[in-house]
Design a protein around this ligand. Structure first.
Ligand code: R5P
Length: 321
């Protein structure tokens, strides 16, 4: 197995390769003056199994990944696995308004057209770890609209079924769960008086699992999202006075969810507030957390200053199978 790192995940690729003594592939990646991406595979990949690790934090990362995957196939690699620790666009998985694009599916289709296998970490639209037929998921989305929306969405329902029945485009995705690894970091940091809190019901399942790993209590807040940037957080009766609170979420994007949650938790008299997430997107930076929470920690699915949790062993384990 040869492991290649895209420019957004080269550190992680090095670590994954080290975990199992895999060869680290050599690839030259740069941008032309007009910002188009140049890729040259320097290792010999003919008849060899290859994995490309690249989080798709932005559009350039995605195009770069697609170019590398296609080049490896072109150079006659035996099997090509796309490891996309942070899968961008995964939040655009539902048609909230008629006519909206399911960009999550578009991205999956693009990646799967150049890879034999897709591995990701805590994909936003999947609630647990395992191997999923993503088409099934998008079918469910469409059935939701069959029940809830007007007939102008019916064409897309038939389109979903057609893709699946043709068997041309199987969107199989392997979802690794990094919450237990994040939980272990905090288990080592606190030994008592800790309560894990989910900022919304969507994160509750993960937080419950993390609380089991830590051996602490857990609870959740109630979040209402008003727009991409605005959320309100309410609490039921939370018993967290003088406790060390750990807020856990799959990702921090604008930071609005965590900032609002921390405010509510502070008002309830928490002793300390720590935050853990898998994907540190931080589209508005991390300044807003200073003086509000004690520590923010994410994994290295996206490489950040606060990436204190390493998912390389988790990924290496999945490649080894
Ligand atoms: C939402 O369902 C997710 O689990 C996160 O809570 C959300 O993506 C965080 O976004 P933001 O940081 O922009 O509030």
């Amino acid at each position: 197995m040869i492991i290649f790192g895209g420019s957004n995940s080269s550190n992680l690729a090095e670590k994954v390769a080290k975990c199992r003594n895999y060869e680290l592939g050599e690839v030259e990646i740069r941008q032309f003056p007009d910002s188009e991406i140049y890729v040259r595979i320097l290792s010999d990949v003919k008849d060899r199994e290859c994995a490309v690790i690249q989080s798709t934090r932005n559009n350039d990362n995605l195009i770069e990944l697609l170019i590398i995957l296609d080049a490896l196939r072109d150079l006659k690699a035996k099997k090509v696995t796309a490891v996309v620790p942070y899968l961008g666009y995964a939040r655009q998985d539902k048609r909230f308004k008629s006519g909206e694009a399911l960009a999550a599916r578009t991205v999956l289709k693009l990646i799967s057209s150049s890879a034999d296998r897709i591995v990701t970490v805590n994909c936003h639209f999947l609630n647990e770890g395992g191997v999923f037929d993503a088409d099934d998921y998008f079918d469910v989305t469409s059935r939701f609209f069959e029940k809830n929306m007007k007939s102008d969405t019916f064409d897309s329902i038939h389109f979903d079924k057609k893709i699946k029945n043709d068997g041309k485009q199987e969107l199989v995705i392997e979802n690794l769960d990094a919450f237990p690894v994040v939980a272990k970091y905090f288990k080592n940091k606190f030994n008592e008086n800790l309560v894990a809190i989910a900022p919304d019901k969507g994160a509750l399942q993960h937080v419950k699992l993390a609380a089991e790993v830590i051996g602490c209590e857990h609870d959740y807040l109630e979040k209402t999202r008003h727009s991409g940037e605005e959320v309100t957080i309410k609490t039921k009766s939370l018993n967290i006075k003088n406790k060390n609170v750990l807020i856990l979420d799959d990702m921090i994007s604008t930071g609005g969810t965590i900032a609002e949650s921390a405010k509510v938790i502070k008002q309830c008299g928490a002793k300390t507030i720590n935050v853990g997430c898998v994907h540190g997107v931080f589209s508005k930076g991390t300044e807003m957390f200073k003086g509000v929470v004690d520590e923010v920690v994410c994994t290295n699915t996206i490489n950040r200053e606060c990436s204190k949790v390493d998912v390389s062993e988790l990924i290496a384990g999945s490649l080894f199978h």
